[in-house]
Design a protein. Sequence first.
Length: 409
Amino acid sequence: MTATVPNQSSVNLSPIRADIRTLQPQLVEWRRHLHQHPELGFQEQLTAEFIARQLRNWGIDHQTNIAETGIVATIESRQPGPVLAIRADMDALPIQEENEVSYKSCHDGIMHACGHDGHTTIALGTAYYLSRHLPDFCGTIKLIFQPAEEGPGGAKPMIEAGVLKNPDVDGIIGLHLWNNLPLGTVGVRSGALMAAVELFECTLFGKGGHGAMPHQTVDAIVLGSQIVNALQAIVSRNVDPLDSAVVTVGSFHAGHTHNVIAGQATMKGTVRYFNPKFQGYFGKRIEEIVAGICQGQGAEYDLSYYSLYPPVINDESMANLVRSVAESVVETPAGVVPECQTMGGEDMSFFLQEVPGCYFFLGAANRDRGLAYPHHHPRFDFDETALGMGVEMFVRCVEKFCQPRPTSF
């Protein structure tokens, strides 16, 4: 299927101001350029050059090469006021694109399969609009173009590089184009939106031997199978049913042929949860289970466990601000989706640990146009009408958040 510029009559676009509707074709052009030239985390050189070139052309102050490829653009209004940051990730995934579109990835084995090309485009559109409408808000806007969200994580090194300082950020917002929601909807909630991401790798050392003589061996496959089953009991029997958590073993490798008992097995998995109280708990519990089963079977093990991202937890006041904006942009009540949690993870969480903020989902699926494949699918794509809606959401958040500071007497 060849994609075309979306039919803008498919959703109610009357809340989107004329200047942003006029910008829509340019947004589509930028997004398709970025989609065609995807880059992996901390390798976003072409992407960063494209962003910097646009900012330069518009006369917007910016810093480059932050945390390798990150960029921060700063837009100051004509009146003092608060500082709001807008964050957009810009990396792609190691996926071979299967879409047959004019803007298909030209980088073999790399694809924008999660919408980050759209996030970058929306932030660029917001920067352009705000730079031309300085009287419409007070204070300062920082636009953070972040590398490596898909891994190993660019948010933390950008924070360590000082992107939330000079001037100090008072609040932060970000969005994720979301194919789990239809075009014309916004998912926003206070509290936990996305889960913590923790990873583990384990190698089991048994004793191999003849398939007909198991008594002479310590079977690593049997050992690993017991561990996989036992790990499922952590959530079902150790975690309060009112809390949400997931323990998944996604990789299990052992053995090579029919009649040889494997002496070694490797497994990899992930843990997800919303409640920060579980930090440190699952790693400890998994090691207890692995150690106990290995001891009972006379085996040894090597376990690595590490935390990738904490949960994405939205500040209540910032979530209320985004919700009020969403209610003015999309048709309500059905257009605003309050219960939209996912066990997916995001390193926006690190920014939200530092300053009050809100991360929200912008519906981008259009099943009628075949644009509803899930994230990280080789045929992922989204309805580009969402680009203008995203710019409108960000601009209205700026106008509502960046009001004059109260004067003290």
